[in-house]
Write a protein that binds this ligand. Sequence first.
Ligand code: NCD
Length: 314
Amino acid sequence: MQLQHLLGIEPLHPHSITAILDLADYYADQNRTGVRKSEALAGCTQINMFFENSTRTQASFEIAGKRLGADVMNMAMQASSIKKGETLIDTALTLNAMHPDLLVVRHPHSGAVDLLAQKVNCAVLNAGDGRHEHPTQALLDALTIRRSKGRLHRLNIAICGDIAHSRVARSNLILLSKMENRIRLVGPATLIPAGIDAFGAEVFHDMEEGLKDVDVVMMLRLQRERMDGGFIPSEREYYHRYGLNAAKLSHAKPDAIVMHPGPMNRGVEIDGEIADDLNRSVIQEQVEMGVAVRMAAMDILMRNRRQAATEAQA
Ligand code: NCD
């Protein structure tokens, strides 16, 4: 697998997805033991640049890098020269001149991370760009599903809520379709982009119908910060129609799992009791698998980089 960057799920072949998940499985098991440290990224410099707020993704990338022995730096973007008017590309070129090996970037604009990857000569990982992609989230969701269902194909999966503003939904839709699952998108018409059924998903506007007999219920946060108008009548009304509670979940298969990428709005898209129900909710496993998937992705990118450097010398 000669992946140079991890910018999205779209360019990945199913074999590459499986290879990342297999290595992540190994790291997930290792992370549960007392010996969590390895040397796969020893001597490497990893820079995390988050232009949008993040708790779990940034912490997860930092822990992943440190467990693999990398030197990890978190750029405080609020205090950076971007605030003085420097462009994203100039900041990237400045950092590039310090010879990092891995750049982990989150940016509010779709496409910004791809652009940056063209300007630097280190490996770039997309930690979420606008509404476009969030590849490591889709990979960690896939690993969580594979570990709890025992497979990652021929499952009925409902992705519910604010699809329109969600890079998580987009990356998941692409990944889960590539792995030959049946995807349903469930939400109000205002939050489902027109033409999305071209991706091969079925669209539902009623939760009970949409959840009928599914194996996986993936809830999404209502992304208020990306809304510029009246997408929903009120949060109360939204919860009533689209918030996941026990009654709505009873339409899914009895062993269906409940997922949420976080951060959650309890009482808006999901009932707190469902989120905390360890028999149904795998939300904490998602966070756990996040570290393992990021370790796997960075390990693979660094191996490819080293191999390319060796070939260039020969
Ligand atoms: C998501 C994101 O930032 O896209 N969160 C995450 O990475 N865990 C989803 C969200 O913000 O709702």
